[in-house]
Design a protein around this ligand. Structure first.
Ligand code: GDP
Length: 529
């Protein structure tokens, strides 16, 4: 197959949702369609159960599963689909944000009863900022939930999306009769039999046809006619360009658990979802069809096997072909690296591959060369943008609890930060180290891993910080900036990239500081150029 054909047939995407909306179930059903797995239950949920915070086994289990489900690839109708896993748990939101830099589109799963939830809002906002094409799947139609129109309204209001229903439910919950597919112009009747793999759809070219009454009954038929008229009146026509530009989001209804409405979603997805998209680097826009290879690290995972200290760096291929045993330039280090056993991912396994294409993810064994955001190329100096750090939510001092093991401790901290487990800040005043995380869970993960993987012990100490703000001075030589550095010295730190960060202790003090120093900008993410 030609190189261009290989690119055109790839779809790399993520499924985002609030925990429990049905992401795992949907993923599993998608894999069933691809024939990638044989039975339900094969996809392990990467969820962290409630109360798992102090259960280290659970954390370990979680880490194992998250390697296994990092990338799930399968083929469907000659399309190569790569699903990138996005943890729903809010303590791992930053992982998800980073993974979103490697997807070309997303599917948003919403629970029909719960509607738009907190994590959905945050994740969709990130996708919206990046104009990532989104398809919405409203799940659990076999249960009583919100009225379809109300829910579509809620999605528009809370998520700032412009929706176009491409399917519409006939009834819901106990009365759920099926869905009318506006995209294909047919009806799929709900039987509640999840074992059915292929559903029978019934062509309905004319909604006025009495055939519809026979299928779903007079009442449901009339309601559907009215609702579809409303849908056609209220919502714009689907337009692929607008979808691809992130301006319009098609919506499907279904029940993942019952494998219902999933085929419709998948068929539409493979048809409209984007092939690998060009990516902006600091230097230029890089197109997938360029001959020369380039890619970037969006995730690093420590090895589960305690006998192997190496890690797996996940690379999204942006352009060209990635070949095994070929030297590539590690741009940040300015040196060439060769990989003898790059892993490609399939639904249930990973395998060594010789060639991978744009859109694909390869896992490279790494002994500490990589950190998140690193770029690999065939020689050109390219630095991919878009793996920013966000201000952590929690901050604690980290102390060395075993003075004989300080070397191990610093090495461990360094590597864990490269993996993106948390962020390290070094105080300007006294050099003390502060760990910032998105969730409290990470502190336990770090402590546990430092001990088990590096033989180092640490303790934490509370520190009152509201937000980390990356500092940008209009004029670094100005008196104003010098004064700021002097007066606020106690609150200043450097991040791992040596960027200056202001650790504001309260919203009030941040506001006061902003007012007092109008020529200094305070950013909530590390990337602001
Ligand atoms: P995730 O946290 O988003 O990955 O959600 P899961 O896929 O683990 O689903 C959460 C719960 O919702 C599980 O108990 C599923 O069995 C259930 N569930 C998923 N899809 C449906 C559905 O279509 N209908 C019903 N009734 N339950 C569902």
């Amino acid at each position: 197959m030609s190189f261009i054909k290989e690119i055109n047939r790839r779809r790399t995407f993520g499924i985002i949702s609030h925990p429990d909306a049905g992401k795992t179930t949907l993923t599993e059903k998608l894999l069933l369609f691809g024939g990638a797995i044989q039975e339900a239950g094969a996809v392990k949920s990467n969820k962290i159960k409630k109360g798992a915070t102090s259960d280290f086994m659970e954390i370990e289990r979680q880490r194992g599963i998250s390697v296994a489900t990092s990338v799930l690839a399968f083929e469907y109708n000659d399309v190569k689909i790569n699903i990138l896993d996005t943890p729903g748990h809010k303590d791992f939101a930053e992982d998800t944000f980073r993974t979103l830099t490697a997807v070309d589109s997303v599917i948003v799963v919403i629970d029909v009863a719960k509607g738009v939830e907190e994590q959905t809002e945050k994740l969709v906002e990130v996708c919206r900022m990046r104009n990532i094409p989104m398809i919405v799947f409203i799940n659990k139609m076999d249960r009583e939930g919100k009225d379809a129109f109300d829910l579509l309204d809620e999605i528009e209001q809370k998520l700032g999306l412009h929706v176009v229903p491409l399917s519409f439910p006939i009834g819901m919950g106990y009365d759920f009769k099926g869905i009318y597919n506006l995209w294909e112009g047919n009806i799929n009747l709900f039987s509640g039999d999840s074992r059915k793999n292929i559903e029978e759809t019934i062509e309905i070219s004319d909604l006025q046809s009495p055939e519809l009454n026979k299928l779903v009954g007079d009442k449901a038929a009339n309601t559907l006619r009215e609702e579809i008229e409303l849908v056609e009146g209220i919502y714009p026509k689907f337009n692929k360009e607008e979808y691809l530009n992130g301006q319009l989001q098609p919506v499907f209804f279904g029940s993942a658990l019952n494998n219902f409405g999933v085929r419709e979603l998948l068929d539409c997805f493979v048809e409209i979802a984007p092939r690998p998209r060009p990516k902006q680097s600091e230097e230029r826009l890089v197109k997938p069809e360029e001959e020369k290879f380039s890619g970037f690290v969006f995730k690093i995972h420590a090895n589960m096997d305690p006998n192997h200290r190496d890690r797996l760096a996940f690379i999204k291929i942006v352009s060209g072909k990635f070949k095994r045993n070929t030297p590539y330039l590690h741009v940040r280090h300015g040196k060439n690296l060769k990989f003898s056993s790059p892993n490609a991912f399939f639904a249930e396994k990973k395998e060594i591959v010789d060639v991978s294409y744009p859109g694909d993810i390869v896992g490279l064994h790494d002994t500490g060369n990589f950190k998140i955001g690193d770029t690999l190329t065939e020689g050109e100096v390219i630095n991919y943008k878009g793996v920013p750090s966000f201000s952590p939510e929690h901050f604690r001092y980290i102390n060395n609890a075993d003075p004989l093991k300080s070397k191990q401790l610093y090495k461990g901290i360094d590597q864990l930060m490269d993996e993106g487990v948390a962020q390290l800040f070094t105080l300007e005043l006294n050099g003390r180290k502060v760990i910032g995380t998105v969730g409290a869970l990470q502190y336990e993960v770090i402590q546990y891993r430092l001990e088990h993987e590096y033989g180092a012990k640490c303790t934490y100490e509370n520190l009152n910080v509201h937000k980390a703000c990356w500092v940008e001075a209009k004029d670094p030589k100005s008196e104003e900036y010098k004064e700021f550095l002097r007066v606020k010295q106690r609150f200043l730190a450097k991040d791992k990239q040596n960027q200056l960060v202001f650790l504001a202790d309260s919203p009030f003090s941040l506001q006061m500081t902003q007012q007092k120093y109008p020529n200094i900008k305070f950013h909530f993410t590390s990337e602001f150029n």
